[in-house]
Design a binder for this molecule. Structure first.
Ligand SMILES: C[S@@+](CC[C@H](N)C(=O)[O-])C[C@H]1O[C@@H](n2cnc3c(N)ncnc32)[C@H](O)[C@@H]1O
Length: 241
């Protein structure tokens, strides 16, 4: 298990690099980020009137792409260094960035029309912590808010993930890892990130009163091969649409 402090130290390190980092931790092509931002804005059905929140905003590179289509926005991150970079690069009267912890958000109940948490839940210490963060996101969202829980590694796609990683590695590493597979067939396939049983999570969220759409991640880095994004909206009473 990676602790919260270890994750924070890791993400603090991003701030020392290119301030345009987003999601992957290295520079991503503008066109890919634009496409990802457009997908998030579409999922949220932004009309320019909303007050939105981005939980785990890093240096705001992605936030600015979709939150600029709302009336006002706010990004939070537990890395003070990334928050400083976000304010320097994208801060404005309508878009502000603050230091906060995903499971302890400094906002009143029912503040936001939309909440996004993209590519963050996978780097929390454990699934209990994930649920604390999800409940906190629900608390600060308005009753009819749209919520995106984005880029969750799907446990059923884990094999594909390992294949993608192996294909992307240089040939000597590919052969090295193949050799290890031959020598140690029972080698542990643990990763630092959390994996999600998306179908089970969807059922849990539906039991909690949400309508849930499940999407493949948009084409961006290699995420679409093994990650899913959930779009939530609270079901109206009686279950009608
Ligand atoms: C992989 S990055 C994704 C950044 C951004 N959402 C994007 O997709 O471009 C994860 C971000 O979540 C932040 N983060 C991780 N755990 C957090 C927590 N417990 N509370 C607040 N922020 C957290 C990290 O500092 C980092 O900026």
């Amino acid at each position: 298990m990676v602790t919260l402090e270890q994750w924070r130290a890791y993400y603090d390190g991003w701030a020392a690099g290119d301030p345009r980092v987003a999601s992957t931790g290295h520079e991503v092509a503008d066109a890919d980020l634009d496409r990802l931002g457009a997908a998030i804005a579409r999922w949220l059905d932004l009309r320019g009137r909303e007050h939105v929140l981005d939980v785990g905003c890093a240096s705001g590179t992605l936030t600015a792409r979709w939150a600029s289509r709302a009336a006002s926005g706010c990004g939070v991150d537990f890395s003070e260094k990334l928050v400083d970079a976000a304010n320097a690069a994208h801060g404005s009267r309508n878009l502000t960035f603050h230091c906060a912890e995903a499971a302890d958000l400094p906002f009143a109940d029912g503040t936001f029309d939309c909440v996004v948490c993209f590519n963050v839940l996978l780097s929390l210490p454990d699934h209990g912590y994930v649920w604390r963060a999800i409940r906190e996101i629900q608390r600060v969202a308005k009753p009819r808010a749209r919520i995106v829980l984005g880029s969750l590694p799907e446990v059923r796609c884990q094999q594909r993930f390992f294949e993608v990683v192996r294909r992307a590695a240089p040939w000597w590493r590919r052969w090295g890892s193949r050799l290890k597979d031959w020598l140690r067939p029972l080698r542990s396939r643990e990763t630092k990130i959390l994996w999600f049983d998306v179908a089970a999570l969807r059922r849990q969220l539906e039991r909690a009163g949400f309508r849930v759409e499940v999407h493949d991640d948009p084409p961006f880095a290699n995420y679409r091969h093994y990650r899913k994004s959930l779009v939530l909206r609270r079901a109206p009473p009686g279950g009608s649409r």
